[in-house]
Design a protein around this ligand. Sequence first.
Ligand SMILES: *Cc1c(COP(=O)(O)O)cnc(C)c1O
Length: 371
Amino acid sequence: MQSFQPAKNILMGPGPSNVAERVLNASARPTIGHLDPTFIGLMDEIKVLMRYAFRSENRLTFPVSAPGSAGMEMCIVNLVEPGDKVIVCINGVFGGRQKENVERAGGVAVVVEDDWGRAIDVEKVRAALKENPDAKVLSFVHAETSTGARSDAKEICALAKEFGVLTIADTVTSLGGIPLMVDEWGIDAVYSGSQKCLSCPPGLSPVTFNGRAIETIKKRKTKVQSWFLDLSLVIDYWEGDGARSYHHTVPVNAMYAMHEALLILREEGLEQAWVRHQENHLLLRAGLEGLGFQFVVPEAERLPQLNSVYLPGSIDDEGGLRRRLLDRHQLEVGGGLGAFAEKIWRIGLMGHTATKDNVEYCLNAIASEID
Ligand SMILES: *Cc1c(COP(=O)(O)O)cnc(C)c1O
């Protein structure tokens, strides 16, 4: 056996996205102790940068030492106690996982369902809130990566607030790619991922909790069933002025990468990053439609960073074509997930990958393989 040497692929699937050289270099710096005072300083800077990305002043903002799925679980197991009623919006794979997490936490899920490839219908949310005055939490997915649909987080959260219900938002694919205003929209608990539009290696989950969420957690009658994800224990590690108590060992080098990726985002500017994703999406869209692909999601509900498309009728072996793109062009695009398996492609334009050069490369590669 020898050292592993991965290919330099262009990652235009549903994540991970390409990681900038600067971020890879940062993660290769010497490992130091996780309670070293300079490392605590780095943790503090990560929190500041992460608040910038989330558009939030929430003090409790940090990366969970595990992938987006752990952020999902952290939000749900801390806010949901056995017997709590939770309205779960499902329009794709990840909403379904929220429901699974709610039920495993002992909660009672009330499902608001919409078609795959569509946004969550805000009127259905209103009806569910009216019918369930005892609901405690509402959870939804801002950017449904399995379908490419964007739901109206602002409206959904405004409604939940009107009914006095807490909100949990999955922003794994939205953070850094499309407008997300955690404080302005009043989202109570939010989780995201490192490897989508932040273009960081996979394995960390940025989360943020506002005062309402923290108050609710403090009033719990039962212990959170997960020791690792229990916020009341993690807080002393990520918070606390000066001295921090050991909870677990954070992945030190992954934190270097997160810090660098967030610095890059701040240097570009969050709004500029949103514009770049949108502009490259429009370029990709024009090219794909020219090649006979059709978008799954109606225009007003589309995510620029996740382009889900039906293949032209002339392509009968989508898996083989994707494999040729990978083998011959070092280009990774995503296949369909769940109900969309083998039916659609998901072409990601996330973070560092969302450039004009990559869009052109992708369109040329597909064109050369299909004619
Ligand atoms: C990728 C993704 C997740 C899961 O993140 P992992 O890092 O793979 O655990 C959750 N929700 C959405 C919307 C995602 O796109």
